[in-house]
Design a protein around this ligand. Structure first.
Ligand SMILES: [Zn+2]
Length: 325
């Protein structure tokens, strides 16, 4: 295992077989990558903490770095347990220096602010070398969600089929596929024609053991499905996955649904996983400086797939997301 700083592009395939750690850094931004080099084959890239307050991905990938020693690996696996280090250590979603949301900054720029530079570093040094990509997210500290996996539908049928197959490996989660949204890690992968999926775990500021187990199982199945490891993969035969394909780009845009009507104290009246009717209350926001209480009604019928857990809200903060699943 090595621990030298590397800033050279196109370096992955030049590494000898075995496990390597590399730090990728430039102009004040950087991250640590763990690289398992096997023989020729696919290059699977997986990262956690694109947002700094999402801990399931970092927890799983850090455990893999300690313990995962595959035999007969065909291809290369690259993991970055914590992509957004500054946000991670600040315990917040966005970068503390410029407030940037890394999942809106791709493909980034070498001459931009810290968030744009971090996106650019990851895009040009790792994503550019990947043949397949998985981005591990969660609801973060302020929200809780019903775990799902998803992807941006791709016009190339082979790429789209591969994405669907990768997502199906996370059979314990439901699947949400939809149109292109700019700025995401997946947007950059999409532009490069790299099959890419994301996974959303429960969040709520912690790591649910069941989520971690299902995340691990799903990723291991991806390794087998892509041919990085031989055989059918771990676990039971894949169950049929609850699947939602939408053409509405706003449907899976989590930050726009049920915005808080005022600053104040949010009290939800539903739980994650509940099925509710259009118009039914999802909660209320009580203003601090007056006796005003704002009822928040459901914009549509559906299942509660994400819900605000942090009770303090600012006007415009998303309170709840519903999906027809
Ligand atoms: Zn996220």
């Amino acid at each position: 295992m090595e621990s030298t700083v590397a800033t050279v592009k196109n370096s992955l395939l030049a590494l000898p077989p075995g496990l390597h750690r590399r730090r990728f850094a430039a102009r004040g931004v950087g991250f640590d990558a763990w690289i398992w080099r096997g023989g020729d084959g696919p290059v699977l890239l997986v990262n956690g903490a694109t947002h700094g307050d999402e801990y399931e991905g970092p927890t799983l990938l850090r455990a893999w770095a300690e313990t995962w020693r595959p035999k007969n690996l065909r291809g290369t696996v690259v993991t970055v347990p914590v992509l957004n280090e500054a946000a991670f250590f600040a315990g917040q979603r966005c970068h503390p220096a410029d407030g940037g949301n890394l999942a809106r900054a791709f493909p980034g720029s070498a001459r931009g602010g810290v968030t744009a530079r971090l996106a650019h570093l990851f895009d040009t040094h790792l994503l550019a070398q990947a043949t397949h990509y998985v981005d591990l997210h969660s609801a973060g500290a302020a929200y809780e969600l019903l775990p799902w996996t998803g992807y941006i539908t791709h016009p190339a049928p082979a790429t789209d089929r591969t994405q669907r197959a990768m997502a199906a490996c996370f059979a314990e989660f439901w699947c949400w596929a939809g149109p292109f949204l700019p700025g995401r890690t997946l947007s950059a992968a999409h532009a490069r024609g790299i099959p890419a999926i994301y996974v959303e775990c429960r969040g709520a500021g912690g790591v649910a053991p069941a989520d971690l187990e299902n995340l691990d199982l799903g990723l291991r199945r991806v390794l087998h499905r892509l041919g990085l490891l031989a055989g059918p993969g771990p676990g039971r035969p894949l169950a049929a996955q609850r699947f939602r394909l939408t053409r509405d780009a706003d449907e899976a845009h989590l930050q726009i649904h049920h915005p808080a009507p005022a600053d104040g104290l949010f009290t939800p009246t539903v739980e994650v996983g509940d099925r509710i009717r259009r118009g039914q209350a999802v909660g209320q926001v009580a203003e601090l400086g007056s006796a005003a209480v704002h009822r928040v009604g459901a914009e549509r019928g559906g299942r509660v797939v994400m819900l605000r857990r942090q009770r303090s809200v600012r006007r415009g903060d998303a309170l709840c997301t519903l999906a027809p699943v």
